[in-house]
Design a protein around this ligand. Structure first.
Ligand SMILES: C[S@@+](CC[C@H](N)C(=O)[O-])C[C@H]1O[C@@H](n2cnc3c(N)ncnc32)[C@H](O)[C@@H]1O
Length: 370
């Protein structure tokens, strides 16, 4: 079947709904990832302004070639890889159909990345990106873009698998999308640091069943150390939902919850506790979204939220808190206004409609919004 995304018309074999990781018959194409690709194009537009020297882009797992074609139509010098010969043929056909010069190669991404350097590397594998992270950070010059679809290990729902893949302890909390993103960022930042490289997220989001992040690289070891300084732990009370962030690589979990005295405190980490995006860059990405994009409205809404979201390392779920306090949930704008009126900072969070951030404690939120 034929599909259009942005200015690209291309053929796909398989346009199923992508709630799964999408392994199956035929060359992979997931229509629900159009938002991911629209934002990628907007990021590439904004990044060109930020780093005019950057010109080469590696779509390391190309499948139908849609992302590679969209990047090439923006003027990037694109190489696209896949190990599946059917994907390589389809991606070549799709590039030809659109008159785009994409170098499509049947090759393992790790092998390719290890013997060539690219300005921007994009990892969009099935499941975890970790098997490709070392080669990407060792060989990208400017930017590494990463999708992870293994949300259960990332957010602590599959505990052992998360520990194995990400070398971190994830906990299954009511802020699971953010837990997953911060576990992913922690693992990526630590991987880059092994190459004396700082990898700082300049745009990140969690949408539907995946986390996506864009990490800008800096080859100074001192900057890599500065990134490591933004790792730490979150101590979470399963009784009263209080959470405390602790910066540093050694955790000191409290015996009991300082807020309620309960003994069901769990610790997650090491997590990335720093900002998940650069506000100015996100504003530039927002400018890069155009009306020809199929997911323009959702992309703009999500980027607007991302730009104004507080930097607190965890978000609250308003409905969960109100249920805990046996109250009905008021309109979110009213709820946040009450917090601000009580002197706290408060913002929505992009993770979902009932997600918000504040510097108030659980007790303070309860009192300020009563
Ligand atoms: C999730 S799909 C990529 C989707 C594509 N980027 C898009 O936006 O539609 C993952 C692709 O990675 C390919 N793949 C798996 N292992 C690979 C490897 N080691 N090197 C390169 N490609 C690989 C698979 O054949 C599959 O086509």
């Amino acid at each position: 079947m034929r599909v259009t995304e942005g200015s690209i018309e291309f053929a796909v074999e398989d346009a199923r709904d992508g709630a799964s990781q999408g392994r199956g018959e035929g060359v992979f194409y997931n229509p629900t990832q159009e938002l991911n690709r629209d934002v990628t194009v907007a990021v590439l537009r904004a990044y060109r302004e930020r780093e005019p020297r950057a010109e080469t882009y590696l779509d390391a797992m190309t499948a139908s070639g849609v992302r590679a074609c969209r990047a090439a139509s923006e003027g990037w010098d694109v190489t696209a890889l896949d190990t599946d010969p059917d994907a390589v043929s389809l991606a070549r056909e799709n590039a030809d159909r659109n008159g785009l010069a994409v170098d499509v190669i049947e090759r393992d991404a790790n092998v390719h990345m290890h013997d060539s350097t690219t300005d921007v590397i994009d990892l969009d594998p099935f499941g975890t990106p970790i098997p490709f992270a070392d080669a990407a950070f060792a060989n990208a010059r400017d930017l590494v873009c990463v999708t992870a679809t293994d949300t259960a290990p990332l957010c602590g729902a599959h505990f052992e698998s998360g520990v194995r893949s990400y070398g971190a302890v994830a906990r299954n909390t009511d802020y699971h999308p953010e837990m997953g993103l911060r576990v992913l960022l922690s693992a990526l930042v630590r991987t880059a640091a092994r190459y004396d490289t700082a990898a700082r997220p300049i745009c990140s989001h969690v949408s539907r069943h995946y986390a996506r992040t864009y990490l800008e690289l800096d080859g100074r070891a001192t900057e890599a150390d500065a990134c490591l300084d933004e790792l730490g732990y979150v101590h979470h009370c399963e009784d009263c939902l209080t959470r405390e962030a602790e910066w540093g690589l050694i955790a000191h979990p409290p015996d009991d919850c300082p807020a309620c005295g309960g003994n069901r405190v769990v610790t997650a980490g090491p997590l990335w506790l720093g900002a998940i995006r650069d506000r100015e860059f996100v504003a530039a990405v927002r400018e890069g979204v155009d009306d020809g994009m199929g997911e323009a409205a959702r992309a703009r809404r999500m980027l607007d939220r991302l730009a104004t979201e507080l930097d607190e390392p965890t978000h609250y779920d308003q409905h969960r808190l109100c249920k805990e306090w046996t109250r009905s949930a008021p309109a979110m704008d009213e709820f946040l206004a009450d917090l601000r009126a009580a002197g706290f900072e408060a913002s929505r969070a992009h993770y979902h409609g009932t997600a918000f951030k504040t510097d108030a404690s659980v007790e303070e939120i309860r009192d300020a919004t009563a």
